[in-house]
Design a protein around this ligand. Structure first.
Ligand SMILES: Cc1cc2c(cc1C)N(C[C@H](O)[C@H](O)[C@H](O)COP(=O)(O)O)c1[nH]c(=O)[nH]c(=O)c1N2
Length: 251
């Protein structure tokens, strides 16, 4: 990538690009997106789904995977820390070990739901670890920039939130490529860390199953299967401060 639209000017009359340290850095005029381009973005956001069971066995197209990972890597991050790594897991034995960790945690999770919800919980497919041809662990290296990071001093979790931004970019780009992504969070992190050889300072932010699909649900599977419905946006909007009455109705 080049300077990303940055004009590096040596002085008020010199607008030529320069590789030396700039005196001033100016943004370029904002690019306008057409109605169709804008709509495509909103469609991708609306039609992104968490995919668990629709994965086709075909290997993920390497060029599409690269574009998706590039999109993830363009995410914002606190202090431009870019704390993420993307661990691509194709090996069947490694995925089988992750799946075992899922099964153990899923039993623990199921036991915590009240009896009337437990059967429904058990009926839900909550991962595609073995069915998807590729799994990706997205990690956050908390030490990447040393102990003091611009923007993280008073809010220590900002590097984790930054990594989530990368996950969302990945998820949306994958949808644009016709790739399904499912996020699995039912595991004990230490078990996964051991399976993947991840050091203690590095957090596993997301474990993703990814693969080509030829169908997507039109709404969240959890909604279609009666687990929980989407809240009304208007019930979540607050003006100028916390509104306790609104919080009470959101459920
Ligand atoms: C942080 C996090 C963690 C998980 C999820 C999501 C996120 C953001 N989701 C997917 C989740 O159920 C899904 O996003 C919602 O139900 C909404 O559906 P769509 O993503 O819109 O299809 C998810 N799904 C699942 O089947 N097993 C899981 O362990 C998880 N874990």
């Amino acid at each position: 990538m080049d300077g990303g639209g940055i004009i590096m000017a040596k002085g008020p009359d010199d607008m030529s690009a320069s590789s030396s340290a700039p005196d001033r850095v100016l943004p370029l005029p904002a690019r306008r997106f057409s109605d169709a381009e804008r709509q495509a973005l909103y469609d991708i956001i609306a039609e992104r789904r968490d995919v668990r069971d629709e994965f086709l066995p075909d290997p993920v197209d390497p060029a599409a995977l690269r574009r998706v990972l590039e999109a993830a890597h363009l995410a914002p991050s606190v202090g431009f820390m870019q704390p993420w790594n993307f661990i691509l897991i194709r090996d069947a034995a490694r995925r089988a070990a992750v799946h075992q960790a899922f099964l153990r945690a899923n039993d623990e999770a199921a036991a915590l739901f009240p009896e009337d919800k437990r059967d429904t919980y058990r009926s839900l497919k909550l991962e595609g670890i073995l069915k998807a041809p590729l799994n990706i662990a997205v990690t956050c290296d908390r030490d990447r920039c040393g102990p003091v990071v611009l923007g993280r001093t008073h809010n220590a979790e900002m590097d984790l939130y930054s990594t989530v931004c990368a996950v969302q970019n990945l998820w949306l780009a994958a949808r644009a490529e016709g790739l399904g992504v499912g996020w699995v969070s039912i595991y004990r992190e230490d078990e996964l860390r051991a399976v993947l050889g991840i050091p203690d300072r590095v957090r596993i932010v997301a474990y993703l199953c990814i693969g080509h699909v030829d169908r997507f649900y039109t709404a969240p599977e959890l909604a279609l299967k009666g687990w929980r419905q989407r809240l009304a946006l208007d019930d979540l909007l607050m003006e100028d401060g916390w509104q306790a009455d609104k919080a009470a109705t959101a459920g």
